[in-house]
Design a protein around this ligand. Structure first.
Ligand code: BG6
Length: 473
């Protein structure tokens, strides 16, 4: 049989966004504050006591009021799937209430109505860097075991309300990022420099148990629901062939593998237990925790992929830029305007590694190029962006996805990150744009919020319509 060169017929093509980066309406209809509302500069600046007007996430790109127009544009590109997150604090404003906020639930009903109208499959992230602020301040976020119960109630509410309409669910966005960004990712209020490793790893354990518990609840509500974990994927290459560098790269990768290993295999791997022993950490793990992890493993594995990195134990370290984590610079690769190494082949490597390791269907739920775009007047007189650099980036990555599929890897779908320009997670800038759709909003908060199709818009429409046949190898 010849090697297949196309994507499966039911391949889910689409794009992804997160509530805190695009919805806006941060206080509308009973919504509570989230950790994002006090991070006006993302992870690169200080937190504030209360929301400040310079925080672009408060208004986002106003999807809350423009969702019909936005979803119509996604439908025009032929989207089969749309990944979005539900803002936890829209449903449980403080996080520890016993009853949900009906107005918040009703908003997502309206979004789902709109997606259904166009036959777009929803893919919902339950928690995407938007822990209710109250849970962070009162409980220290995931450092506290009581978070498991709050999350279970929230997840059950979503499964019961939307389970008939939403088949694909992700528990925590980039769950491994809590190692590097405990406040944004885990709602842990203790400043990073003061947080003990004991507390950090305990928080990770709570999240992992909560994720397995949510999987249990989803399957109780309906056996048709599919729950996936979501990992920030970065292949780490040894900087040199020195075996010590090879081992250093393996260790860096294992920091990320741990999370998939627990989600897929249902128990902590030996190398992780050794790491805890070496650090003198003893986790509080109950029998019930162990059972939950073992019995409620995920249906599929999803991940974000933007870049790769190198590691070394023998050379001078030149720290690489990167998506919430990084190692040392790979001298063979170009980098984005924000210093992220551009490595399409790394995506094929990750797909093969994850498939070989876990044998679960894989879903690429984020990938894309953050770049400064210039609005120009197109041939028909309407504003556009000549973003050939973005087209090249995505084309080259998708070609590698096709290669991985030919390698035998089962890939369910691909949702590019930030399909409509939104506020950056790490730097809270508008100018770091990923979208096929340009949003007229600037870093200083000015702009009309009008939407314009970039050149990548038509390119992606053709990719979807041809099921990948239009990609250039
Ligand atoms: C991922 C996050 O880490 O990368 C997204 O899940 C984020 O929320 C994306 O937006 C791109 O990162 P940034 O910092 O460029 O927005």
């Amino acid at each position: 049989m010849p090697t297949p060169t196309t994507f499966p017929n039911d391949f889910l093509w689409g794009g992804a966004l997160a509530a805190n980066q695009y919805e806006g309406a941060y206080g509308a209809e009973g919504k509570g504050l989230s950790v994002q509302d006090v991070m006006p500069q993302g992870i690169v600046g200080p937190r504030t006591e209360a929301p400040t007007p310079d925080n672009l996430k408060l208004e986002g790109i106003d999807f809350y009021h423009r969702y019909k127009e936005d979803i119509a544009l996604l439908a025009e590109m032929g989207f089969k799937v749309f990944r979005f997150s539900i803002a936890w604090s829209r449903i449980f404003p403080k996080g520890d209430e016993t009853e949900p906020n009906e107005a918040g639930l009703a908003f997502y009903d309206r979004v789902l109505d709109e997606l259904e109208k166009y036959g777009i499959e929803p893919l919902v992230t339950i928690s995407h860097y938007e822990t209710p602020l109250h849970l962070s301040r009162e409980y220290n976020g995931w450092a506290d075991r009581r978070m498991i119960g709050f999350f279970e109630r929230y997840a059950r509410t979503l499964f019961e309300r939307y389970g008939r309409r939403v088949k694909y669910w992700l528990t925590f966005n980039e769950i491994n990022s809590v190692l590097h960004e405990p406040f944004m990712s885990g709602g842990i209020n203790t400043p990073k420099e003061e947080l003990s490793e004991q507390d950090l790893y305990q928080a990770i354990h709570h999240e992992l148990v909560a994720s397995a518990s949510a999987t249990r609840i989803a399957h109780e509500v309906s056996p048709d629901l599919k729950v996936g974990c979501m990992i920030l994927a970065i292949p780490f290459y040894p900087l040199t062939p020195d075996p010590r560098d090879v081992w250093a790269a393996k260790q860096a990768e294992r920091d990320n593998y741990t999370f998939g290993d627990v989600h897929v295999r249902g128990a902590y791997p030996g190398y992780f237990l050794r790491k805890l022993r070496d650090k003198g950490i003893e986790l509080d793990i109950t029998e019930d925790d162990r059972r939950t992890l073992a019995e409620h493993t995920v249906d599929f594995v999803s991940f974000s992929y933007y870049m790769s990195s190198c590691e070394t134990a023998t050379q001078e370290r030149e720290a690489s830029g990167g998506n919430l984590m990084g190692g040392v610079v790979n001298p063979t690769l170009e980098v984005s305007q924000w210093g992220w190494a551009i490595d399409p082949r790394g995506l094929r490597t990750i797909l093969n590694d994850y498939w070989d390791r876990w044998g679960k269907p894989l879903f690429i739920v984020e990938n894309g190029l953050g770049a400064r775009d210039e609005l120009i007047t197109g041939p028909d007189g309407t504003p556009t962006v000549a973003d050939d650099y973005r087209i090249d980036y995505m084309n080259d990555h998708l070609v590698q996805v096709r290669e991985a599929i030919a390698d035998g890897v089962q890939v369910i779908g691909y949702t590019s990150w930030g399909c409509i320009d939104c506020v950056s997670a790490s730097t809270a800038q508008m100018s770091k744009r990923y979208g096929f759709i340009y949003v007229d909003r600037n870093d200083d908060g000015t702009g009309t919020l009008e939407r314009y199709r970039k050149q990548s818009f038509g390119w992606y429409r053709d990719v979807i319509a041809s099921n990948g046949a239009s990609l250039k190898a």
